[in-house]
Design a protein around this ligand. Structure first.
Ligand SMILES: [Cu+2]
Length: 129
C-alpha cells in the first residue's frame, strides 16, 4: 500500500504551494459565508464551485458535468477520502451527503488522466466548529 500513500501526498502539498505562488491557472473560489449545500460544476479542465467555504458537519454535494468529456471528483480531507464520484459523462449529475470535519481544507481533484495537472483540482475551506 506504499503506492497509495505516495499518491496522497501531492494532493496535500500542492494547494499550499499554489496558494503561496498566486494560484495561477486555478479556478477562482467564491467568497461568502460557509454553506452546507455545495454545487460543483465540471468543465475542461476546472471545477466551478458555488461556494468556497463549507460548514462542518453534513454537507449536501451536487456534482454536474457541464463539460464535453467525462470527469469525476474526489473529495479528500486530512488524507481521508470523503467521497469519490462516479465517472460522469457530459450532462450527468450525482448527489451525495458527506460529513466534513471542522477547520481542515477539503481537496477536490479529477482522477481522469492528465485532468488534475491541466487544472481540475481546487481546495475548499471548512469553517471551525
Ligand atoms: Cu476531468
Amino acid at each position: 500500500m506504499r503506492r497509495a500513500a505516495a499518491a496522497v501526498l501531492p494532493l496535500l502539498t500542492a494547494p499550499a504551494l499554489l496558494t503561496g505562488c498566486g494560484a495561477s491557472g486555478a479556478a477562482p473560489v467564491p467568497d461568502g459565508p460557509p454553506v452546507d449545500e455545495l454545487r460543483i460544476g465540471m468543465q475542461e479542465y476546472r471545477y466551478q464551485l458555488s461556494a468556497g467555504t463549507l460548514l462542518p458537519g453534513a454537507v449536501d454535494v451536487v456534482v454536474t458535468n457541464a463539460g464535453s468529456s467525462a470527469h469525476d471528483v474526489v473529495l479528500v480531507q486530512g488524507g481521508t477520502t470523503l467521497w469519490a464520484s462516479d465517472l460522469l459523462g457530459p450532462g450527468e449529475r450525482q448527489t451525495v451527503e458527506v460529513e466534513v470535519a471542522p477547520g481542515e481544507p477539503v481537496l477536490l481533484e479529477c482522477t481522469v488522466g492528465g485532468h488534475s495537472a491541466a487544472g481540475m483540482h481546487t481546495t475548499l475551506e471548512v469553517a471551525e466548529g
